[in-house]
Design a protein around this ligand. Structure first.
Ligand code: SF4
Length: 484
């Protein structure tokens, strides 16, 4: 085995040609009248917001702006905000004020603010943030290029609730690593979860046509992407609004186009999670055996207070359905601890549920009371100290599960996607398996590669033999490159 790990970027170049990150449009057709300057987008919040940023970037490139990643080098900076939690509101305002300093001292001439903060605090923003030149509502993200190059007025007054839904006809400038991308299959949400403000910000659930999603994934494959993560606020409601084909049919259409080696599902909901869908996931080769379904809690009384599904759609029932239909599917979930009224009995129930070891990956959030949500006024609010204690308790339970769970992979070979050199040292490589999503799950650390894998490229698929377990991560040797 060679000790030095050599890796080359997929394109072999240090930075890629600007239009090569564009999809949903023929790069050669991007001939803007003139160069209008440099633009940067700061994306806060979730992967769905990142896709919106990429649509805004696409609109800027088409208009004649060059995209830079460092805001201090840009003449126009867009802050795409999040306001899901009070803490994300603060983070968004801090980011805007930081950019305002660039406008005072630096190259920046215009500041645009977009995203959920604009939807949540439409009226107050103009007054409280005079530094901002334009507020862009969700319905106008595809017009940002026009807004940046003309006297286009913000339209935040227009619609009571957003209705915009991007599709494969809108250019997107990808901001993820070259081999992975997110595809939003629907926007908005109709669910009544009492702790969540999103339906008010993003509007009613509306899903894209199957042909539009498939076309976009084919375009992504042409641009070198190997992994697509399907996202939405409520993935499993796909197609309900159109009374048309549902998620399982969409997956069959994506797999039939065989354009993408790995397709992953994020943000499923209990209702809509049925045997047909789970069987479809496990039968189709390109759909990874991974199912992300935020369950929020296990206790029926807490789920009821959250207005989350109970009875046959309760957390336990859904997990049993998934595992009995396809035992090999890896489940990711998230739980909220410290919800108003949560008792010792409830948190014990959740701890016992986690210790049963159903979840390959798990996230825990401490309940955050959000103005404008139903739960904000519920009695029995839990102290921050107690929330902290419950958070650590559930995380510890999961850590024990993960350590045991990963032991089964020692000595076995796993298919991986090469992410690049490791964040701590370029003597190691970083990769992910089919059951590790980007940015939220563990990884595989490659500390040795077989001779025939020398010169492996970022974004390549390969096979790793697992030799060690390190916390939430695995360590191993790259044995083979998979051509696909
Ligand atoms: S399903 Fe998700 S986005 Fe929709 S209301 Fe519930 S928590 Fe919010």
């Amino acid at each position: 085995m060679s000790s030095l790990l050599k890796i080359t970027s997929e394109s072999g170049e240090s930075s890629c040609a600007p239009n090569s990150r564009m999809i949903n449009i023929e790069p050669s057709s991007i001939v803007p009248d003139k160069f209008l300057g440099r633009a940067a987008v700061i994306t806060l919040g979730c992967a769905k917001n990142r896709v919106d940023s990429e649509v805004m970037l696409g609109s800027l490139v088409r208009k004649g702006f060059e995209i830079v990643t460092d805001p201090s080098e840009a003449e126009i900076v867009i802050v795409n905000t999040c306001s899901f939690l009070e803490s994300s509101v603060k983070e968004s305002v801090d980011a805007i004020l930081e950019v305002a300093e660039l406008k005072e001292k630096g190259r920046c001439r215009q500041i645009f603010v977009a995203g959920c903060l604009v939807e949540r605090y439409k009226e107050e923003l103009k007054e409280s943030l005079p530094e901002v030149d334009k507020f862009i509502s969700i319905d106008d993200i595809s017009h940002v290029g026009d807004a940046a190059s003309s006297s286009f007025e913000s339209i935040i007054e227009r619609a009571a609730r957003p209705y915009f839904l991007y599709d494969d006809t809108l250019p997107r400038y990808l901001s993820t690593k070259q081999h992975t991308a997110y595809v939003k299959i629907s926007e908005g949400c109709n669910r009544p979860c009492t702790f969540c403000i999103i339906p008010k910000l993003r509007g009613a659930m509306r899903s894209r046509e199957i042909s539009s999603v498939v076309k976009e994934i084919e375009d992504l494959a042409k641009s070198g992407v190997k992994e697509v993560n399907l996202i939405a606020q409520d993935l499993t409601s796909y197609g309900l609004d159109r009374k048309g084909p549902r998620l399982a049919e969409l997956l069959r259409a994506i797999d039939a186009s065989s354009a993408m080696p790995w397709v992953r599902l994020l943000y499923a909901y209990p209702v809509g999670t049925d045997e047909e869908l789970i069987r479809t996931i496990s039968e189709l080769p390109s759909i990874t055996e991974y199912y992300d379904i935020p369950l929020q809690h296990s206790s029926e009384s807490v789920l009821k207070a959250m207005k989350r599904p109970i009875g046959k759609f309760s957390a336990r029932k859904i997990v049993n359905l998934i595992k009995s239909t396809s035992p090999d599917i890896h489940i990711r979930t998230t739980f909220i601890v410290g919800f108003p009224g949560e008792t010792e009995k409830d948190i014990q129930d959740l701890e016992d549920f986690v210790k049963q070891g159903y979840f390959t990956n798990l996230g825990v959030f401490k309940y955050s009371p959000e103005p404008g949500t139903e739960a904000f006024n519920l009695p029995g609010q839990v102290s921050e100290e107690e929330k902290e204690a419950r958070y650590s308790r559930i995380m510890l339970a999961q850590q024990q599960v993960v350590t045991e769970h990963l032991q089964q992979y020692l000595g076995s070979s796993l298919e991986v996607l090469i992410e690049g050199t490791h964040q701590d040292t370029d003597l190691l490589l970083s990769a992910r398996t089919r059951f590790q999503a980007p940015e939220i799950d563990g990884e595989i650390i490659i500390n040795d590669i077989a001779e025939q894998c020398q010169g492996v490229t970022v974004g390549a698929l390969g096979e790793v033999e697992v030799t060690e377990i390190a916390g939430y991560d695995m360590v191993g040797t790259l044995k083979k490159i998979i051509k696909r």
